[in-house]
Design a protein around this ligand. Sequence first.
Ligand SMILES: [Zn+2]
Ligand SMILES: [Zn+2]
Length: 251
Amino acid sequence: MTYSASVPPAEAGATSHCTACGQEKPRADFHLNRHGNPYTYCRPCRSAMSKARYAAKIAAMPPEILRARADRLARQKREQEARDNAKAFAKAQRQAAGNVEQDAQLKRFKWRENRKRGLHGNGTRKVLPPEEVAANRERVEYFLLLITDQHPTEQIADEQSWQQALSELNRLWLLSGDRVCTCCGQTVPPEQMHPPTPGNTRRGMCKPCAVADYEADRMANFGHLTEPRRLLQRDGTTITVAELARRHRER
Ligand SMILES: [Zn+2]
Ligand SMILES: [Zn+2]
């Protein structure tokens, strides 16, 4: 029986010669190409080569690409950790349902999370000495200037440091003493007010006031949502948004 060059014998004892390590190895030690022929190099050699090529590719990247890559990897790691954390929490919660030992685990997890947020394990606020509260308040102001890019001398260089500054601000906010609500004038503990971060459009309002203000805004803008809002036209008539959109399409 003869074999053409592109179809080698596939019997058990067949071997191939790797031109990289120079060894004669069994066929099983070679990947096959799409024609079914063994590659010139054995599996370990091919693997080593592709690792080396990848390392060389990384090493040749310009520094700013490398930095962006490092940032991306760090972010992906953080996101993965957050997902793992959430999974662990959900699992602990599930198992805690009928299990005293795992109930304790869930409790320990919550205590750890609370302490990470700068609270007592049971979620209550620590009573801090006034000078520490004042120092925290200053730090909050500092981080606020940083993340809104209003600090006179310092600037945040990358997204990662921005995220760090934001989470530090959120942590310190809870330790920076009571605030007076600009809306109802009541003095509230910091956990009763959202920190004045860029995304917070109701800064200085306590949470109940912020919710009420949001509701008032929504009512002013959209009403009771029973009938479509009407827009006043120059000729004094009113039309619905849908009508306006239809006219635009026809134009
Ligand atoms: Zn080899
Ligand atoms: Zn209020």
